[in-house]
Design a binder for this molecule. Structure first.
Ligand code: ADP
Ligand code: ASP
Ligand code: MG
Length: 409
C-alpha cells in the first residue's frame, strides 16, 4: 500500500462530467489499497474569470483581496470532487489550504509555502477517507488567504507529497506526459519516458507551463517522485517520470526538448554614456519596481556611448518603459525603444555539456528559414534566442526537426 498525491488540472475538472470521471479514476486507485490525497485546480477558465471580475471593479486590485477572490475556484472543485467521490461510495473529506494548514509567507498572488501541518490529513487518511485539498492556496501566519501564483496547484501537490513523504506525486493533465516540445505546436513532438530535474527546471523556467517551476524545485529539493500523466485516457500509462539522477543512457540525446515563451518584451536604452554604473543606473530602478529582468545585452559604440537592452515579462512592459523614459532623461541617453512583439525559444538538454556545436546547429537551422536572432543567452544546458513573435511556431518546428526530436517511426 502506498501513499499517493494526485493533482488534477483545470481541464481535468472542467465540467461536472469530468469531475465524475476523475472520481471514478481515484476510486480505481483506492481499490488497489492506496491512501490517496487529491489536489484539484479550479475548473478551467475559472481563475481567469475571477481575476477579470476583480479587474472590472479595480484597474489595480488590492493583492490581498485578489487572493480572496482568486482562491475561490479551488474551493468549489474540492467540494464537488469530494461529493463525486462520496457518490462512488467512498469516504472523502475536503480541506481548504487554510484549514489544512498550508502556511505561506504574505506575498499575495505569489506566496511561497513555508510549512504544511499534516495532522488533519493524516487523521482523515487513518479514518479511511480520500483527502481532497485545494490547490493554489494557503494562508499566512495572520490567517490571510494567499495564492501561489498561476499554475500553483502543481506546487501545492508536490509540497503536500513532500510533507506527507508520499510514495509518488502524480500530476494529471490534458496531455499524457512531458513532450519534446508543446504537442499543440509541433504535432510530431515525442513523449519522453523520463526527463531529468535539471532539464525540467529549465523547460519550466523557459516557458513550458506544463509544470509550475516551483513544483519542480520542490520535487528536486525534497526528492519527491514526480510523474506527469493524462486524466483523459482510460489507462493513464506510465506518463513521464521526472528523474533525480541523470539516467545513464548509452546514447544521451544532446537536446531533450524545446521550450518557448510568448510573454516577452524587449527594451533598449539607446546611446547611454558608456561609464561605470550605467547598468546599475538602469536596472536598479527596474528592480526596485519589482520587475524581473531576463536577458541583458550591452553594445558599446565607438563614440563613448552604449546601447543597453534587456527583456522583461510582457505584463511589465508599459511600467518598465515609463521607468526607462524618466531615467533616459537623467542619464542623457538618446532615447528608449520598446518591442513587445518578441518571444524566446530555447533548446534544453544535459547532453549539450559534452557536445560542442549545438549553438551553430541552432543558428544555421534558424537562418535556413530566414529567422533573425535578436538576442542570445546560453548556460551549460540551454541556449535561448529572442526572435520576432510571428516566427515563434516556425522556429520551434525547424529546431525540433534540426535536432532530430520527432517521433521515431
Ligand atoms: P493543467 O490545467 O492540467 O494544469 P496546463 O495547461 O497548465 O494543464 O499544462 C498542460 C499543457 O502544457 C498542455 O496542454 C500543453 O499544451 C502544454 N505544454 C507546454 N509544453 C509542453 C511539453 N513540453 N510537454 C507537454 N505539454 C506541454
Ligand atoms: N487555478 C490556478 C490557475 O489557474 C492554479 C492552477 O490551475 O494550478 O492558475
Ligand atoms: Mg497547470
Amino acid at each position: 500500500m502506498a501513499l499517493i498525491v494526485q493533482k488534477f488540472g483545470g481541464t481535468s475538472v472542467g465540467t461536472t462530467e469530468r469531475i465524475k470521471h476523475v472520481a471514478r479514476r481515484i476510486a480505481r486507485w483506492k481499490a488497489l489499497g492506496h491512501d490517496i490525497v487529491v489536489v484539484p485546480s479550479a475548473m478551467s477558465g475559472e481563475t481567469n474569470r475571477l481575476i477579470a471580475l476583480a479587474r472590472e471593479i479595480s484597474a489595480s486590485p488590492d493583492p490581498r483581496e485578489l487572493d480572496v477572490i482568486a482562491s475561490t475556484g479551488e474551493q468549489v472543485t474540492i467540494g464537488l470532487l469530494t461529493m463525486a467521490l462520496q457518490e462512488e461510495g467512498l469516504k472523502a473529506r475536503s480541506y481548504t489550504g487554510a484549514q489544512v494548514q498550508v502556511l505561506t509567507d504574505s506575498i499575495f498572488t505569489k506566496a511561497r509555502i513555508l510549512r504544511i501541518d499534516d495532522r488533519k490529513i493524516r487523521k482523515s487518511l487513518a479514518e479511511g477517507c480520500i483527502v481532497v485539498v485545494a490547490g493554489f492556496q494557503g494562508a499566512d501566519s495572520d490567517g490571510n488567504i494567499t495564492t501561489l501564483g498561476r499554475g500553483g496547484s502543481d506546487t501545492s501537490a508536490v509540497a503536500l507529497a513532500a510533507a506527507l513523504k508520499a510514495d509518488e506525486c502524480q500530476i494529471y493533465t490534458d496531455v499524457d506526459g512531458i513532450y519534446t516540445t508543446d504537442p499543440r505546436v509541433v504535432a510530431e513532438a515525442r513523449k519522453l519516458d523520463t526527463i531529468t530535474f535539471e532539464e525540467m527546471l529549465e523547460m519550466s523556467s523557459l516557458g513550458s507551463k506544463v509544470l509550475q517551476i516551483r513544483s519542480v524545485e520542490f520535487a528536486g529539493k525534497y526528492k519527491v517522485k514526480l510523474r506527469v500523466l493524462s486524466s483523459f485516457q482510460d489507462d493513464e500509462g506510465e506518463g513521464t517520470l521526472i528523474t533525480i539522477e541523470d539516467t545513464e543512457k548509452m546514447e544521451e540525446p544532446i537536446i531533450s526538448g524545446i521550450a518557448f515563451n510568448r510573454d516577452e518584451a524587449k527594451l533598449t536604452v539607446v546611446g547611454v554614456p558608456d561609464l561605470p554604473g550605467t547598468a546599475y543606473g538602469i536596472l536598479g530602478p527596474v528592480a526596485e519596481a519589482n520587475i524581473d529582468v531576463d536577458m541583458i545585452i550591452q553594445n558599446a559604440g565607438r563614440d563613448g556611448t552604449a546601447d543597453f537592452s534587456f527583456t522583461v515579462n510582457r505584463a511589465d512592459f508599459t511600467r518598465a518603459t515609463r521607468i526607462l523614459e524618466s531615467i533616459a532623461n537623467q542619464m542623457k541617453a538618446r532615447g528608449v525603444i520598446g518591442d513587445n512583439k518578441i518571444c524566446k525559444v530555447s533548446v534544453v538538454g544535459v547532453g549539450m555539456r559534452s557536445h560542442p556545436g549545438v549553438a551553430s546547429l541552432m543558428f544555421s537551422a534558424l537562418a535556413s528559414e530566414n529567422i533573425n536572432i535578436r538576442m542570445i543567452s546560453t548556460s551549460e544546458i540551454k541556449i535561448s534566442v529572442v526572435v520576432e513573435e510571428k516566427y515563434l511556431e516556425l522556429a520551434v518546428r525547424v529546431l525540433h526537426k534540426a535536432f532530430g526530436l520527432e517521433q521515431a517511426d
